[in-house]
Design a protein around this ligand. Structure first.
Ligand code: NCD
Length: 308
């Protein structure tokens, strides 16, 4: 099977086959003891450029790189790079692509990863560009769903919280469109609704419902994908304060849900999921975060020899 991409910029670039290649490789990595795959990135240098905060994405990428025998260069704080002296992203990427074999980057500007891929001689992996896309998160989300439910097609999936600024749910929505008969319930306050363009783009493939009321579809859902209200994207702090606790999931919701109901969250959570849910069978979010490792190993191993 041939993977068709030289960069991982948007989940919209992926064919179903591309997604399957990543998920199958990730399953291999998960089964394989670490030592067996240790040499895959031998002699390779991966740049890890984080212009925005990150815990899971950066550290799971860096762990994956080291587990596979590669070396990491980069920064977790752009203040320590020449960006703080006014260097443009294009210049930084042109230079760094002469040092590294793969570049993983997170940036606050939408479209920055695409721009970087245009000037980079080496593969770019988008680890989140502003409120736009977060394709590697989506791949680990799909991996988690498939592992838990044995399938993705036909599930009833609620997306909860900040659907306007949340890049994880934007990418996930496009990805789910590859899976027939999937129903998506967009649950958000009015001001944080899923962008209409994204709904339109996917409305032929997915059955999409929008509501402000979490209770409305709760008993039907197989999965609820909760998100953090993206404080850093609000122009007005007061508006954030008004809305920040709009949905708080606690044990009570489980009285209404199916037995097999699960909750996912890309994390970090702020107040969206009460810790009392962590020990219930519904909590899938820690398992989800763990799956970041085999999925990111799969992505790195697929891109390691790409010539652009
Ligand atoms: C998400 C992100 O950065 O978009 N986190 C992650 O990568 N796991 C979600 C968020 O920050 O709310």
């Amino acid at each position: 099977m041939e993977f068709s991409l030289t960069d991982i910029i948007s989940i919209c670039d992926f064919s179903k086959k591309d997604i399957d290649i990543v998920l199958e490789k990730a399953a291999e990595f998960e089964k394989m003891p670490v030592e067996k795959k240790a040499g895959i990135l031998n002699g390779k240098i991966v740049a890890s450029l984080f212009f925005e905060p990150s815990t899971r994405t950066r550290l799971s990428f860096e762990t994956a790189i080291q587990n596979l025998g590669g070396k990491v260069i980069g920064f977790a704080d752009p203040a320590a790079s020449s960006t703080s002296k006014g260097e443009t992203l294009s210049d930084s990427i042109k230079i760094i692509s002469g040092y590294a074999d793969i570049i993983v980057m997170r940036h606050f500007i939408e479209g920055s990863a695409r721009r970087a891929s245009e000037v980079s001689k080496k593969p770019i992996i988008n680890a989140g560009d502003g409120a736009n896309q977060h394709p590697t998160q989506t791949l680990l989300d799909l991996y988690t769903i498939k592992k838990e439910f044995g399938k993705i097609s036909g599930l009833k999936i609620g997306l909860l919280g900040d659907l306007k600024y949340g890049r994880t749910v934007h990418s996930l929505m496009y990805a789910l469109a590859h899976y027939p008969n999937t129903e998506v319930f967009c649950i958000s306050p009015e001001s944080l609704r899923m962008q209409q363009e994204i709904i339109q783009d996917n409305s032929e493939k997915l059955k999409i419902f929008e509501t402000r009321d979490l209770q409305e579809f709760l008993p039907e859902l197989d999965l609820l994908y909760a998100t953090r209200i993206q404080k850093e994207r609000f122009a007005d702090e007061f508006e954030y304060e008004q809305i920040k606790n709009v949905f708080i999931l606690d044990k009570k919701i489980l009285e209404k849900t199916k037995k097999s109901f699960r909750i996912m969250h890309p994390l970090p959570r702020v107040n969206e999921i009460k810790p009392e849910l962590d020990s219930t069978s519904a909590a899938l979010y820690f398992e989800q975060a763990k799956n970041g490792l085999p999925v990111r190993k799969a992505i790195l191993s697929i891109l390691k020899d790409v010539e652009k």
